[in-house]
Write a protein that binds this ligand. Structure first.
Ligand SMILES: Cc1cc2nc3c(=O)[nH]c(=O)nc-3n(C[C@H](O)[C@H](O)[C@H](O)COP(=O)(O)OP(=O)(O)OC[C@H]3O[C@@H](n4cnc5c(N)ncnc54)[C@H](O)[C@@H]3O)c2cc1C
Length: 410
């Protein structure tokens, strides 16, 4: 008799689990609460779906149990993801390490997964939310909005809480908790940060290259370099997203969080200081302060730094306090903002925390309720921007699917 497997959640992890389990010989039913599968997948990578990365290592991931994350990613790596998609007929392309479908359309990835599910005979039940799991002697009863049925194995792939409009609103955590699991606190990750400074509005919309360091209670917690964007109420851009999970956990723990920005990261400090001293020594006193600093940074940003140093942009350089002029030069290398919050799960691309990997076996089977498996973002593993979260979804989905179907070869 074929093993009957139910999967709760038709996202990236659930669809991969469905294909893997069906290929391993199981009879698979996938439950998706939305009217179609893969809604979130369509919005990934700005609609182009950055589905993995050529530069793959656990350094791009966070979890309370990094050994378990490494073990999963080693067993289904980026090459495995590439062969899965190539084998299904999808052409791919690489841009600075990031992997995309060659068509640069997320819908292509979704189509490929849907066709694979169809080919493998997966039954897809859309508009059918899994409400409860009831362990029975013969298996697990899945109670859903449209009925109940008994399965030998169940895979929970309900996602986390990020972008809840796509269907992943955190209800999967409650299903896990009902089976005796606890949760690593769940916070938004890959999200904008809110900052307390009133001057932000003056530079809202400015994009600039920066090195940004995050400090928690005065201690360095993260560092990134890339394009930073100021918003009305904070800072954004991939550099900020990459460190938002550290900020979110620190704020949850009521710690003080600060971000410090260097807008000229390519300059060696000694050479910059020398250049600054020479510029100041040679300055034309009749030139305005604004004119003196023109050419160094984004104009709006420089005007802000001039004001923050206590100078007026229009005042002549000759009359300006030299200490304040030097202050402007130092603000170009080190401007601090107090991080007061993160944007909500609505705006987050992922979430950190979830079902602890210490509560599942190496094959992602629950240690609390045998027969139940987990895959994807519902687990306590989150990656940086760059295709790492989807790689986790493919890897954990594949392993949970094969294992639930009884294959121990992954
Ligand atoms: C805007 C945006 C852009 C992103 N871009 C990228 C990117 O380019 N690269 C990358 O690697 N990652 C990206 N991510 C992150 C990535 O999309 C997620 O990490 C990944 O999709 C998680 O997959 P999942 O299957 O675990 O969860 P989800 O994709 O959230 O899927 C869970 C599914 O379960 C369904 N569901 C929930 N509860 C139930 C229930 N009780 N019964 C039935 N169904 C249920 C939901 O409707 C949903 O369809 C992005 C995320 C967002 C929001």
């Amino acid at each position: 008799m074929k093993r009957r497997i139910a999967i709760a959640g038709g996202g990236a992890a659930g669809m991969m689990a469905a294909v893997a389990a069906a290929r391993a010989g199981a009879e698979v039913t996938l439950y998706e609460r939305n009217d179609r599968v893969g809604k979130k997948l369509l919005s990934t990578g700005n609609g182009k779906c950055n589905f993995s990365n050529m530069d793959m290592s656990s350094a791009f991931y966070f979890s309370r149990d990094m050994n378990a994350v490494e073990h999963i990613l080693e067993r289904f790596d980026n090459q495995a993801a590439l062969s899965f998609f190539h084998g299904a007929g999808m052409l791919t392309k690489e841009k600075r390490g990031c992997l995309y479908p060659a068509a640069e359309q997320a819908s292509v990835v979704l189509d490929v997964l849907r066709l694979q599910m169809q080919k493998e005979g997966v039954t897809v039940r859309t508009d059918d939310k899994v409400l409860r799991l009831r362990p029975r002697e013969q298996g697990i009863e899945v109670v859903s909005e449209r009925g109940s049925a008994l399965y030998h194995r169940v895979i929970l792939a309900c996602g986390g809480k990020a972008a809840p409009k796509t269907g992943s609103d955190g209800n999967g955590y409650a299903l896990a908790q009902s089976l005796g699991h606890t949760l690593v606190p769940v916070v938004p990750a890959l999200v904008q940060l809110k900052c307390g400074e009133g001057w932000l509005k003056a530079v809202s919309g400015v994009r600039t290259e920066a090195k940004i360091r995050l400090y928690v209670d005065g201690r360095p917690a993260a560092e990134e370099r890339g394009e930073l964007q100021f918003t009305d109420s904070g800072i954004s851009g991939i550099v900020v997203f990459q460190m938002s999970r550290q900020a979110a956990y620190a704020l949850l723990g009521k710690k003080q969080v600060e971000a410090r920005m260097d807008f000229l990261p390519e300059f060696e400090e000694g050479a910059y200081q020398k250049w600054g001293r020479e510029r100041l020594a040679d300055r034309d006193g009749s030139q305005s302060v604004e004119a003196f600093f023109t050419g160094m940074l984004n104009k709006k940003l420089m005007l802000l730094l001039i004001r923050l140093a206590g100078l007026k942009p229009t005042e002549p350089c000759g009359r300006a306090d030299e200490k304040k002029l030097r202050k402007v030069l130092s603000l170009c290398r080190d401007l601090g903002v107090s991080v007061t919050g993160c944007h909500s799960f609505e705006n987050a691309q992922a979430c950190a925390g979830g079902v602890p990997l210490s509560q599942v076996s190496e094959n992602l089977e629950s240690l609390k309720q045998p027969g139940v498996y987990f895959a994807g973002e519902i687990l306590d593993a989150d990656g940086k921007c760059g295709g790492y979260n989807l790689q986790w979804a493919w890897a954990s989905g594949y392993i949970a699917g094969r294992s639930a179907a009884g294959k121990k070869d992954t």
